[in-house]
Unconditional design. Structure first.
Ligand code: SAH
Length: 233
């Protein structure tokens, strides 16, 4: 797409993206598809990447992080089966794109980001798109946010070596969590659900590559990144 594209071009690209990248791959939840049709992804990418806003890939944002691939955002949201009255916790605000989609699906969204500059710019973009029910909190998301729980759904947008135990404790009865778990360079996207007996059922959604979750129950900051340039989800 041209870098000087206008609102109508972006809208057309977004509608095509929903059809070609999402519906074709089995995303069927009409609320998720509508939310993605409504949120302008070009607002959340770097200005120089506007022309690639609707490409089928994650894109770089500041501080070596990424805005997730649209399909992965859609799969995460659909798998979480978010209801209009739900409270959702997101770990890894990044650009704020997924937070904006979640804001259309849930009553309230709390999103945790560890990089102050990313939290600030996400807050201002979320204001720009009118996502008034999202609170962006600066913290280590692997610790959860005990004062705020329980949550009906938790979306983790960075890769963890294993499920951070504080997050499990924040799940409401029948709560769901989607989280990439595995090595620093490659992971499995898991959907886990709190069963009536209190145990956590888990289901693999797909293989994936996310940037690392850095924190007390995540990867350590000083470990070198899996220094290849393969794109992350
Ligand atoms: N869904 C986001 C993708 C964010 S990339 C989007 O659509 O833009 C993952 C984000 O997780 C990065 O911004 C990174 O800084 C953040 N992150 C990594 N470890 C974290 C932690 N322990 N707590 C909160 N955020 C974390």
């Amino acid at each position: 797409m041209r870098r000087d594209a206008g609102i109508a071009d972006f809208l057309a690209a977004r509608i095509l993206m929903v059809k070609d990248q999402l519906e074709r791959r089995g995303i069927r939840d009409p609320r998720v598809l509508d939310a993605i049709r409504e949120i302008p992804r070009e607002v959340f990418v770097r200005p120089e990447d506007c022309g690639r806003a609707y490409d089928d890939e994650a894109l770089p944002i500041e501080f070596g992080q990424t805005i997730s691939q649209p399909y992965i955002v859609a799969l995460t949201c659909q798998s979480l089966a978010i209801q209009p009255d739900d409270c959702v916790l997101e770990i890894g605000t990044g650009s704020g794109y997924q937070s904006a989609i979640l804001s259309k699906l849930a009553r309230r969204v709390v999103s945790i980001e560890r990089v102050p500059e990313l939290a600030d710019s996400a807050r201002s973009r979320l204001r720009d798109v009118g996502a008034a029910n999202v609170d962006v909190v600066l913290s280590d998301g692997t610790l959860g946010l005990p004062a705020e729980g329980p949550f009906d759904a938790i979306a983790v947008a960075a890769a963890a070596p294993e499920m951070p135990s504080p997050l499990i404790h924040l799940l409401a009865a029948a709560g769901r969590i989607v989280i990439p778990v595995g090595r620093r360079d490659v992971q499995e996207l898991l959907l886990c659900r709190r069963n009536p007996d209190g145990n956590l059922g888990r289901q693999k959604l797909c293989d994936c590559r996310f940037v690392p979750l850095i924190g007390r129950h995540g990867f350590s900051e000083d470990m070198p990144d899996a220094a290849d340039n393969a794109p992350c989800n």
